[in-house]
Design a protein around this ligand. Structure first.
Ligand SMILES: Nc1ncnc2c1ncn2[C@@H]1O[C@H](COP(=O)(O)OP(=O)(O)O)[C@@H](O)[C@H]1O
Ligand SMILES: [Mg+2]
Length: 143
């Protein structure tokens, strides 16, 4: 698995990185984001979503599970945030398997909270505070 590391110095840089990554995403793929509160998962997701042309940055919030967009070629883009999900029963109630049954790009915040069962290709991204507005972004699994 190829891995790379990037140091972002601002939210804008993180969003730009997200757009760059988005250009390399091919469905089906699940993007697993991990890292503590405020490390930039949602900010990076804004870059993914706007880079994919699925929605505008300002439309990206953090609902637990949302279908952001369905393209004409039937590719769907989902944004999942597991922060408030309390247990496996609640995880199951999200019906993630519905999302996983189609051709989709699924972006998951707080992916470290549960291990999601899927054989889909995965891109794993860890975000870390690195002092002030710096964030270390470690990317694995991106071709
Ligand atoms: N380099 C950076 N990258 C991303 N966010 C940053 C950066 N520097 C400061 N921030 C701020 O940190 C916060 C990150 O929040 P958010 O993306 O919601 O994190 P998370 O989803 O991981 O909880 C935002 O308020 C953002 O403006
Ligand atoms: Mg978030």
């Amino acid at each position: 698995m190829s891995a790379s590391e990037f140091l972002s110095q601002s939210p804008e840089e993180t969003i730009a990185k997200g757009r760059e990554i988005a250009a390399l995403l091919r469905p089906p793929v699940i993007v697993l984001l991990s890292g503590e509160l405020g490390s930039g998962k949602t900010t990076l997701t804004k870059g993914f979503i706007s880079g994919l042309g699925a929605a505008r940055e300002e439309e990206v919030t953090s609902p637990t599970f949302t279908l952001v967009h369905e393209f004409h070629n039937h590719c769907k883009v989902y944004h999942v945030d597991l922060y408030r999900v309390e247990g496996f029963r609640e995880l199951e109630s999200l019906a993630l398997e519905d999302a996983l049954s189609g051709r989709a790009i699924i972006i998951v915040e707080w992916s470290e909270r549960f291990s999601l069962r899927t054989d889909w290709p995965r891109v794993e991204i860890r975000l870390e505070h690195a002092g002030g507005d710096s964030r270390r972004i470690e990317i694995a699994g991106l071709e």
